[in-house]
Design a protein around this ligand. Structure first.
Ligand SMILES: N[C@@H](CCC(=O)N[C@@H](CS)C(=O)NCC(=O)O)C(=O)O
Length: 290
């Protein structure tokens, strides 16, 4: 493969399977299943198929917040989809999400199962189903949805852009890292200014916008994502840091963050969650001890 300076695109792009990137083994230029595998179904009304990446954490944080607020209908089974091993291309998962990306939710509480994919759509679905964390009055509702969709549109520049080229690409390309570091810092500054005058992202209320934004931008300012805290001088974003700490002080956020998580401290990894008691007995540190 050419390095960053000596590449001229051919007339027609062809798929180079061994391009060496960290995700080369799962990336393909086509969609659809690669193998037959039905999804497991547990005993709870909500079935979540996910991994504890920032996009996955948004939903498990919301589910834990709903349960903490007394919505017992939000009980859920969280099944682990190992995206590095290609589980998202199993036939059952593709039925739940034709885009083959975690998270995917199936609501089995009604007569017919309802599938929901795209983390933003899942947050809105749950907020509407339980009447929680999405204000009904304007302008608070519009503000919440605006920030939620800001996150959905912006974070791919952080993850697929900055994170990819800074942490995962097979070699470092200054142009790409510069471009996406600048955009990531610009987005952090958008939040910094917003949080200077507002307690939470959408205003005075904690909403699904905070739940969507925290795993990405809270993780960046805490230095958790891509190990890039120093590189991006995240100490500059004082309001984002204050907000990030406040969100992380919530017990439901602490629980939601570790569900389906495959990296970090074993005590902060609960590979599958089928019962509220699993947080006490089934984290990886406890599973390892037997
Ligand atoms: N816009 C989607 C993005 C989901 C997404 O990118 N998921 C990643 C993990 S964070 C994934 O499943 N990647 C597997 C793959 O690309 O094959 C959402 O927010 O739900």
């Amino acid at each position: 493969m050419a390095d960053s300076t000596d590449y001229t695109p051919p007339k027609i792009w062809i798929w180079n399977k061994g391009n060496g990137g960290q995700f080369a083994n799962i990336n393909r230029p086509v969609s659809g299943p690669t193998h037959d595998k039905e999804l497991p179904v547990g005993r709870h009304p909500l079935q979540l198929y996910s991994q504890g990446t920032p996009n996955g954490q948004k939903v498990t944080i919301m589910l834990e917040e709903l349960l903490a607020a007394g919505h017992s209908g939000a009980e859920y089974d969280a099944w682990l989809i190992r995206i590095g091993e290609g589980d998202q291309f199993g036939s059952g998962f593709v039925k739940a999400n034709p885009n083959s990306k975690i998270p995917a939710l199936v609501d089995r509480s009604g007569r017919e199962p309802v599938r929901v994919f795209e983390s933003g759509a899942i947050l809105v679905y749950l907020a509407e189903k339980f009447g929680a964390f999405l204000p009904t009055a304007q302008p608070a509702r519009a503000e919440t949805l605006s920030w939620l969709f800001w996150q959905m549109g912006s974070a791919p520049f952080v993850g697929g852009g900055f994170g990819h080229f800074y942490a995962y690409a097979p070699f470092k390309i200054e142009y790409a890292i510069d471009r996406y570091a600048m955009e990531t810092k610009r987005q952090l500054d958008v939040l910094e200014k917003r949080l200077a005058d507002n307690e939470f992202v959408a205003g005075s209320e904690y909403t699904i916008a905070d739940m969507a934004i925290w795993p990405w931008y809270g993780g960046m300012v805490k230095g958790w994502n891509y190990n890039a805290g120093e590189f991006l001088s995240v100490h500059e974003y004082k309001n984002v840091l204050r907000w990030a700490d406040r969100i992380y002080a919530r017990p439901a956020v602490k629980r939601g963050r570790i569900v389906n998580r495959l990296s970090g401290d074993p005590a902060d990894q609960l590979h599958e969650r089928h019962d509220a008691g699993d947080f006490d007995t089934k984290t990886e540190d406890k599973v390892a001890k037997g």
